[in-house]
Structures are given as structure tokens and as C-alpha cells.
Design a protein around this ligand. Structure first.
Ligand SMILES: Cc1cc2nc3c(=O)[nH]c(=O)nc-3n(C[C@H](O)[C@H](O)[C@H](O)COP(=O)(O)O)c2cc1C
Length: 225
């Protein structure tokens, strides 16, 4: 993946790494040439042009895929970029109250499939990411609201970022929320204080599904003026 973002390295904090690649960099404000819609004015932006698929195209091309080329593995550098993208997501207090398990073993993917009521594509995809909330980490800072809400949100937002990165990396995914938490926990070797919230099959698609319908904006958006 070719990315160009200017910046300086982030100061490492105790227990945290500055990250490798471009997510670990502090962005600087740049003056960029006039883009469309600005009437010819230069604007200040936190990014330089990036050689990647346009964000809106990425969003438009994300569809749940439930058939995969099971013999084509996810390249390690793409997997790394996807995981870095997940960790670039916002989290309450920047605590990142989640864990991500990367499950590639055949037997383990079959166990995840079984934990998810036999949804076959989970074992067919070469990789399955398991996003889990760590409520205790958020609870230390935010109490009950951290445990019951923020940790779940942290894990969910990270998963959503990952799902878009999968598309940008030329692959496909499906989000799976219907599963037995205890059975998933057993596969990924986590204790009861960790709560799996999403499985995500990842791989090269063997189908191109039709876009799914959405409610009109007027049904979901309220303008308060
Ligand atoms: C919280 C959540 C749980 C989901 N659980 C499942 C699931 O268990 N199995 C499945 O095949 N798809 C699951 N999906 C995928 C949705 O069915 C899918 O996103 C939706 O139909 C819209 O289609 P699209 O992703 O192609 O836009 C889930 C999605 C979300 C966000």
C-alpha cells in the first residue's frame, strides 16, 4: 500500500508504542492546492494527497461477502495495514479497550463457524478477525458506563475501521454478530472478563453481492436547527 503523509513521530508513552508505518505519525497541517468546491481558494488540510482508493469509493464498495477464495491467503502486509487501521479508530480516553484476535488456523476457523451457528463462510474465509471488548480497562477510568458502553463502542468502531480497510486492500469481509460468546472466547483463549463483540471473515471474494438497500435519509436523520 502506498501512503504519503507528512509528519513527525509520536512520542512513545509508557506501555504504548508509536506504531510503525503512517498511523504512528503526528499529522501536520498542510496548505493544499484548491480542491473542487472551494471556489479556487487553497484550504488547510491535515493530509497531503494519498495514493489510495478514494474513501467514498471504498465505502461504496463494501458489501458483506459470504463466499471466499479459501485457498488465497491474506498477505501479511495487508493484514498489518488492516490491524493498524483498526487501532487508528477513536476510543474513549484513547484507552483502546479491546483486543483483536487474528484466527487463520483451519480447525480454529471451523470452531468459530460452529460457535456462530454453522455460518459456513467463517471457515471458508482464510482469516477471521475477532474483536473483543475489554470492559475492565474502560471501567478503571469511566466506571459502569465505561464497562457497559465505552468498551463495546471502542471494539465496534475498531471493527468498522478494519472493515473499510479490508476493502481498500482489495478484499472483502462479513461482520458476524450472531454467535455464542463463551464458545468464541474458548477459541481465542480469552478469559471471562473479555467480551467478543464481532467476528469478521476476511479474504478474497468468490462472489460479488448486490448492494443492499438502505432507508432513505429522512427516515434516520433529524435536523435540529
Ligand atoms: C451487528 C451486526 C451483526 C451482524 N451479524 C451477522 C451475522 O451473524 N451473519 C451474517 O451473515 N451477517 C451479519 N451481519 C451483516 C449484515 O447482515 C449486513 O451488514 C447487512 O445485511 C447489510 O448488508 P451489507 O453489509 O452488504 O451492506 C451483521 C452486521 C452487523 C452490523
Amino acid at each position: 500500500m502506498k501512503c504519503r503523509i507528512a509528519g513527525t513521530a509520536v512520542r512513545p508513552e509508557p506501555g504504548r508504542t508509536p506504531g510503525c508505518g503512517w498511523f504512528g505519525r503526528r499529522l501536520s497541517v498542510k496548505e493544499t492546492p484548491a480542491p473542487c468546491g472551494t471556489g479556487g481558494r487553497a484550504v488547510h488540510s491535515i493530509r497531503e494527497p494519498i495514493d489510495m482508493w478514494d474513501f467514498f469509493e471504498t465505502v461504496r464498495h463494501r458489501h458483506s461477502v459470504r463466499r471466499y477464495q479459501s485457498d488465497v491467503a491474506v498477505e501479511p502486509e495487508k493484514l498489518h495495514a488492516i490491524l493498524e487501521t483498526a487501532c487508528a479508530a477513536p476510543s474513549a480516553g484513547d484507552l483502546q479497550a479491546y483486543r483483536i484476535a487474528v484466527v487463520t488456523g483451519q480447525a480454529q476457523r471451523e470452531a468459530l463457524r460452529n460457535a456462530a451457528g454453522g455460518q459456513a463462510f467463517i471457515a471458508e474465509a482464510p482469516a477471521c478477525l475477532v474483536f473483543s471488548a475489554v470492559p475492565s480497562r474502560s471501567a478503571r477510568e469511566y466506571g459502569e458506563r465505561g464497562a457497559s458502553l465505552f468498551a463495546i463502542q471502542d471494539a465496534t468502531i475498531a471493527a468498522a475501521y478494519a472493515q473499510l480497510a479490508v476493502v481498500a486492500a482489495g478484499m472483502a469481509s462479513a461482520w458476524v454478530g450472531s454467535f455464542d460468546e463463551a464458545a468464541v472466547r474458548a477459541v481465542i483463549g480469552e478469559t471471562e472478563d473479555v467480551r467478543p463483540v464481532a467476528l469478521m471473515s476476511v479474504g478474497y471474494p468468490a462472489e460479488l453481492p448486490e448492494p443492499t438497500p438502505r432507508r432513505p435519509l429522512k427516515d434516520v436523520v433529524t435536523h435540529i436547527e
